[in-house]
Design a protein around this ligand. Structure first.
Ligand SMILES: [Zn+2]
Length: 58
């Protein structure tokens, strides 16, 4: 089972410490996300916050 292409990952790798960063806001499942929308993540280990801009590839 593969996620839809517009899916935003709920967990990313922290660039500071390499641990898991979790999406702070719940993601609507059936809504297309506009390119350029940013999503906040927070690292569970170093508590660093990251804003990831959604740029779907094709
Ligand atoms: Zn971290």
């Amino acid at each position: 089972m593969t996620p839809p292409e517009h899916a935003v990952p709920e967990v990313i790798v922290c660039v500071e410490c390499g641990e898991d960063c979790y999406l702070l806001t719940p993601m609507p499942e059936d809504v297309d996300i506009a390119p350029g929308t940013s999503f906040p993540y927070r690292c569970s280990t170093c508590m660093e916050r990251f804003d990831v801009v959604w740029e779907p590839g094709d």
